[in-house]
Structure formats: C-alpha cells, structure tokens
Ligand binder design. Structure first.
Ligand SMILES: CC(C)(COP(=O)(O)OP(=O)(O)OC[C@H]1O[C@@H](n2cnc3c(N)ncnc32)[C@H](O)[C@@H]1OP(=O)(O)O)[C@@H](O)C(=O)NCCC(=O)NCCS
Length: 163
C-alpha cells in the first residue's frame, strides 16, 4: 500500500479538488451540486474559508487523490459548536484508506476548533458512505424524504451526526 499523507489544501490544489469533486457530481450519487466543478469554483472554496474552516487533501506519491472539508454549520452563534464535513476520493482509488485518512484529519481539526457536533448529509442510497461514516462514530439522525430532485428523480438525504 502506498503511503498516504494528508495536509491542508493550498491554492495549487484547486485543479485536483475540482477534478475529484466533478467526478462525484457526474456520478450522481453523493452531492446535490449538478454542474461540473471548475478550477475557479475550487479556488473560491479555498479563498472563502472561514477562520475555523479547513480543506484537507490526501496524496500518495505527490498525487492528490482525495479531499475533504470542515465548514461551519451556521453563522448563528448558538450553533458555534456544530460543523459539517464532506469527503471525496477519486473513484479509481477508493477502498485504499484515503477517505479514512482524510476523515481522521477532519475530526481532529473539528475538535481543535471547538466543534463538538459534526453533521454530514449523505444520499440515502449511498450505503457505502453511510457505512464509512458509521466507522467514525456517526449515527443516523433521520432521512429527509424527497428533499432533492436530480435529473427528474426524487432524492432522499440521510442526516448523520457525530458527537
Ligand atoms: C465514501 C468515501 C469518501 C470513502 O473513502 P475511501 O477512501 O473509499 O474509504 P476507505 O478506503 O478509507 O474505507 C473506509 C471504509 O469505507 C467503507 N468502504 C470503502 N470502500 C468500500 C467498498 N468498495 N465497498 C464497501 N465498503 C467500502 C468500508 O466501511 C471501509 O472500511 P474497511 O476498510 O474497514 O472495510 C469514498 O468512497 C468516496 O469518495 N465516495 C464517493 C463520494 C462520496 O460518497 N462521498 C461522501 C459524501 S459526504
């Protein structure tokens, strides 16, 4: 197994982040974003990070293969202990521990920033991602039925939490 290293994302990672995310957008199984993510979209994501927010990338042999982010759940002060996370890995490299390495860094970062409740929203049909998050202590809060519509199909979203 190649060595996976996780680090904070830099502006020069924008193309990789865009490519990884665009693959998941096209797969229509994990995000409500529907248009391809561009280099500039990724750059904006990096430039607009709040003080307690972060994007991490995982690389092997200097090739970025996955990324994830911690973002604040709400700007309302009463929610200051809550954040939201997402993880995306190139499909050709899933099942090799990359997602787990990123998720570990996201949880460490969340703790270090005083977040004690992590929310993640997952397509209810995405059983792999639900199993992945359960391994990190996330539990299912509930299903938001038909909250989305993608390509004319109704979509349910699983809300998971990790305290
Ligand atoms: C979900 C995702 C981030 C997991 O990343 P990953 O690098 O594949 O995960 P890991 O290799 O670290 O595996 C961790 C666990 O995930 C699950 N998993 C990963 N690949 C799997 C596969 N092919 N089949 C079944 N379970 C799998 C297992 O529970 C695995 O634990 P195990 O190794 O003890 O069996 C990745 O599959 C992905 O990017 N999927 C598409 C986008 C997505 O759904 N993102 C989540 C939206 S928040």
């Amino acid at each position: 197994m190649p060595i996976i290293s996780v680090r904070r994302a830099e502006k020069s990672d924008a193309s990789s982040i865009a490519a990884i995310y665009s693959e998941s957008i096209a797969a229509r199984d994990s995000t409500m974003d529907l248009d391809p993510f561009t280099h500039d979209d990724a750059l904006n994501l990096l430039c607009d990070l709040g003080q307690r927010e972060a994007i991490f990338v995982a690389e092997t042999d200097h090739q970025v293969l996955g990324w994830g982010n911690v973002k604040t759940y709400s700007t309302r002060p009463g929610y200051r202990v809550a954040c939201e996370t997402s993880v995306y890995v190139f499909r050709s490299h899933t099942g090799q521990g990359i997602g787990s390495s990123i998720q570990t860094s996201l949880i460490e970062h969340a703790k270090s920033q005083g977040f004690r409740h992590i929310v993640t929203k997952i397509w209810a049909e995405n059983e792999l991602s639900i199993a992945f998050h359960r391994q990190f202590g996330f539990s299912l809060v509930g299903i938001q039925n038909e909250i989305g519509e993608v390509d004319g199909k109704k979509k349910d979203i699983a809300i998971m939490q990790c305290l």
